[in-house]
Every structure is written in structure tokens, then in C-alpha cells.
Design a protein around this ligand. Sequence first.
Ligand SMILES: [Zn+2]
Length: 127
Amino acid sequence: MSPIITRPSPEAHPDRDAAARRRAARLAKATTAQMQAALAFLSMIDPEAFEIAMTAATPDLADDPEDEDPIPLCATCGAPVALFPDQDLTWLHYRGTPSASGPHHPYNPGHTPNPAWYLPHEAAEEF
Ligand SMILES: [Zn+2]
């Protein structure tokens, strides 16, 4: 004779995608304080999972050259080149910081700029 009240049993084939979607939905609704508390709790009960999560969330950008922005350099001499709006938008060699806001001092090295785009690690190998 079988019991009238059945005990709940784990699903034979749990829908892992649905469970992942539910977790993603909860995460999307969580506040910053809730996420911090959850990660603090995770760091206590499963330090390894905490380290994996933190590493995934804050990758070291210096280790991934694909995340670098390309920079314009002269393919002839390797010097930084840029378009100068106040000089007819022409490519010129310059000295100074490579950021758009930094001071730039155009100069003439004796040849026409040959602009090409390089990732910083490519530029270091090329020139
Ligand atoms: Zn050059």
C-alpha cells in the first residue's frame, strides 16, 4: 500500500537552463548592497568559488592584449601621428602624450606621415 502523502523528491532531470535564468533574473534585480553581502557570504562558505567569481568579474586588462585600443603610428618611423584639426586635418608627427587631451607638439621629421593603426603590443614588436 502506497502512502497518501508523497514526499517531494528532487527532479529526475532538472532544467539547468531554467535555474540559470532564475539566478540571472535575481542578480539583475539585486542591489549593490545585496550583491556585496552575497559575495561576502560566498567568500566564507566557498572561498574557491569566490576567487573564481572575482577573477571573472575583474579580469586583468594588462594580460589581454585584445582589450587594448589601437594607436596611430607612422609606419615609416614608428613615431606617433595624429590628425590636427587646427592644421587642415592633416596627419602630422607629434611629441607628447598619446591621449587625445594631452599636449601634442607637431614636428617635421623630413618625410610624409604614413599613418597606420597598431595595438600597443604590436607597436612594441614592430618598432
Ligand atoms: Zn614617420
